[in-house]
Structures are given as structure tokens and as C-alpha cells.
Design a protein around this ligand. Structure first.
Ligand code: KG4
Ligand code: ZN
Length: 379
């Protein structure tokens, strides 16, 4: 069994975990920064980076102690190298590089989104490729066809806000505080989802993309009108998000076997014009393999913690005779276990990275994906 140290620092959670290649979570530690960002109603990048500097190394030491291990017992060190708030990403990546150099261990630069995308396979050993993945977090809202480690075809993205961002902004408008998702969900439980008429942007449109900016503006207008109870606005908003996610996934399901196979992207740092030692590996590039319809619907990312969304997606999967996998809640929001697991999946394929690898504020899982029509700079 290989043991991987995972490090996460791309947003407002500092985290360290020790993961076995047999899926054992030997230790996982997490330090949130909720209090530090609370006065600002959102994550302040500079404050986040400084907090990672303070807590990350003691957190790694604590995780090693929890697992009863020393650095020498670890087979590789995996850290988020992007995308995310660059100051924080640099703190985690440089920490991983220093440890890798000092201990003489290989470094694995993990795409944070790949961490989310593969996390369901840590929780569920029976989850096989290909699967259709709804990746919904504070920064991203994408539908991906996952054909293997490093093999992602993006079928849809948001043309403006991410779903988690819409939850956070709704919470801010309603004065619920930060982070918004869980608070909106809690308030929605006592509200009537039909009481406030709210739009479902892009519902029924041909491409499976998302849009949440118009919904957010409608929530603001409903709140400012003073005519509605906050619990009804919360319930109406959550129902609108559920309806959009389900409708867009229906569209993506129809498209998921029409698209072309994804390119295999081995690493951030490798010069892709040069032959790589791993191109000979037999990845599922065969056209017949790709024609296989995904048998499982998977949801990952922080918004996947939402109960109403999980219930609706489970029903959608059942309608399509597909399996449904959602990781446990602690694995949905940012954590280091998913980074350690993505590291373990990469390590098993011989995918390690050089010490001069760069941190990346932006790092798409499918670099060949076309920009969504109408997309602003956030896409
Ligand atoms: O994956 P994550 O921890 O960080 C990013 O990579 O963005 O996702 C955080 C997002 C936040 O926008 C948060 O409000 C949302 O996930 N979230 C939820 C819930 N729990 C967290 N949204 C809706 N319902 C929830 N229960
Ligand atoms: Zn995340």
C-alpha cells in the first residue's frame, strides 16, 4: 500500500491528510478560517494566504501524529497546485516542495478540481469510469464526463456565477452570514418553495450550460420588496437551483455520448510538445470505450452537501436507470483527503511532478473545452 500526504490550501480551508492507496483515510485534519473572513462577507485572499502560512505546517505535523507516522513513511507528497486563490495555493505547494525535497519523496501537483472529481472514488470503491460528474462548488459549476484519471470532457459550465456563489450571495442578501450554503439550506426547510416566483435561467436551452446571475438579481429584488419571508425566498431560491441543475443534467445526459474523447493531460509542467514517458500508457482512448454511456451520476464539490440537491439528483439517476454516488458531506467541501486520494490515483499511474512546477490560479480540467456562449471572464 502506498501512503500519500495530501495538502490543500486553495481557498479558506487549510488541510492535511494521510491517505492509503487502499482507500484508508489514515488521518485528516482541517482548519477553517470562517471567523477571519466573517466581517467581510466572503473570502479575502490576503487574509487566507497568511492564515495558511500560520496553520499549515502544524496541521501536517498533527496529521502525521494522528496516523502514527513520520514523513519517511510517506511514499509521495501531493498538494493542490491550482486553481484557486494564488497566495494560498503557493503556500501549500511550496510547503509540499520543501517536504518532498527534504524527505527525498516525489511531489504530485494536484488540480483541486481533479481532487473533487475523483473524491467519490475514495468513498466508493465500486465507482468505475466513465461517470457523469456534476461538480458544484463556490467557484465552479460544471458537468464533466470522467473517463479516467486526467481524462475529462467538460460538457457544461456556468456562463456567470457558480451555484455555491449564488448560495453565498443569497445568504448575504438575506443577512444570514457566511458561508451561505448551509444557512440557506437550513432556512429553506421552514419555507414554501412556491411562495416567491423566481426565474430558472437557461432552462430548456440546447447546450447544458448554467447561469445563476439572473436568479441572484431576482432574489435581491424579492428581498428588497419587503413582501416575502426570508424562509420563502430561501426555499424558492433553492428550488430554482435544483430545477436548473436537474434540467441541465438531463441535457448533458443526452449529450454525454455524442462528444469526442477527452485529451489526456498528464501534468501542468510538462511541455506537451515533447514526448512524455507516459504516453505509452494505455488510457481509454479507444472510440468504442468512449461510446460507452456513463452508468453512474456523481455529484461532488461543496454544494453537493445540500440535501435537497442530493435527493433530486438521486431521483434523476433513478429515472435514467443510473447509479448515484455522492461522497459523504466532509468529503464534499474542501479537504485534503481528496487531494491525497487524487495523488494516490496519479501515483499509481507513475504521474509525479518536478520541483519547478508552477502554481496556477486557473487550471481547467478540460483545456480543449470551448468557452460557453455568453460567458464572461469567470468562465
Ligand atoms: O468545494 P467547496 O468547499 O469550495 C470551493 O472549492 O469552492 O465549496 C464551497 C461552497 C460554498 O459556496 C458553500 O456555500 C457551498 O459550497 N455549500 C453549500 C452547502 N454547503 C456548502 N451550498 C448549498 N448547500 C449546502 N449545504
Ligand atoms: Zn473546492
Amino acid at each position: 500500500m502506498a501512503i500519500i500526504l495530501g495538502i490543500e490550501s486553495s481557498c479558506d480551508e487549510s488541510a492535511a491528510a494521510l491517505i492509503g492507496s487502499d482507500r484508508t483515510v489514515l488521518a485528516h485534519r482541517l482548519a477553517g478560517q470562517e471567523e477571519a473572513h466573517k466581517p467581510y462577507g466572503g473570502v479575502v485572499p490576503e487574509i487566507a494566504a497568511r492564515a495558511h502560512v500560520q496553520v499549515l505546517t502544524p496541521l501536517i505535523a498533527a496529521a502525521l501524529k494522528d496516523a502514527g507516522l513520520v514523513l519517511d513513511d510517506v511514499d509521495a507528497i501531493a498538494a493542490t497546485a491550482g486553481p484557486g486563490l494564488i497566495g494560498g495555493v503557493m503556500v501549500g505547494l511550496v510547503t509540499a516542495k520543501a517536504l518532498a525535497m527534504a524527505a527525498g519523496k516525489p511531489l504530485i501537483a494536484v488540480n483541486h478540481l481533479e481532487g473533487h472529481a475523483l473524491s467519490p472514488r475514495l468513498a466508493d470503491a465500486s465507482l468505475e469510469f466513465p461517470y457523469l460528474l456534476l461538480l458544484v462548488s463556490g467557484g465552479h459549476c460544471q458537468i464533466l464526463r470522467v473517463d479516467g484519471v486526467g481524462q475529462y470532457r467538460r460538457l457544461a459550465t456556468t456562463i456567470d456565477d457558480a451555484a455555491g456563489e449564488a448560495f453565498d450571495k443569497t445568504a448575504k442578501i438575506l443577512g444570514l452570514g457566511y458561508p451561505g450554503g448551509p444557512r440557506v439550506e437550513a432556512l429553506a426547510r421552514t419555507g414554501d418553495p412556491k411562495a416567491v416566483p423566481l426565474p430558472r435561467p437557461l432552462l430548456g436551452s440546447a447546450e447544458p450550460h448554467f447561469s445563476f446571475a439572473g436568479l441572484k438579481s431576482a432574489v435581491l429584488r424579492a428581498a428588497q420588496s419587503g413582501a416575502h419571508r426570508p424562509e420563502d425566498i430561501s426555499a424558492g431560491f433553492q428550488q430554482a437551483v435544483v430545477d436548473c441543475l436537474v434540467d441541465r443534467l438531463e441535457r448533458a445526459l443526452a449529450k454525454s455520448s455524442e462528444c469526442s474523447p477527452p485529451p489526456f493531460v498528464p501534468s501542468v509542467s510538462r511541455d506537451l510538445s515533447q514526448p512524455s514517458e507516459i504516453t505509452s500508457l494505455d488510457f481509454a482512448r479507444d472510440k468504442r470505450d468512449f461510446a460507452k454511456k456513463p452508468k453512474t451520476l456523481v455529484v461532488a464539490g461543496g454544494v453537493a452537501a445540500n440535501g435537497a440537491i442530493r435527493t433530486a439528483l438521486e431521483a434523476l439517476a433513478a429515472r435514467h436507470a443510473m447509479g448515484f454516488v455522492a461522497p459523504p458531506l466532509w468529503l464534499c467541501t474542501d479537504n485534503a483527503a481528496m487531494i491525497g486520494w487524487a495523488g494516490a490515483e496519479r501515483f499509481a499511474l507513475g504521474l509525479t511532478d518536478p520541483l519547478d512546477i508552477a502554481a496556477r490560479p486557473r487550471w481547467p480540467l478540460d483545456p480543449a473545452a470551448e468557452a460557453a456562449r455568453g460567458a464572461g471572464v469567470k468562465a
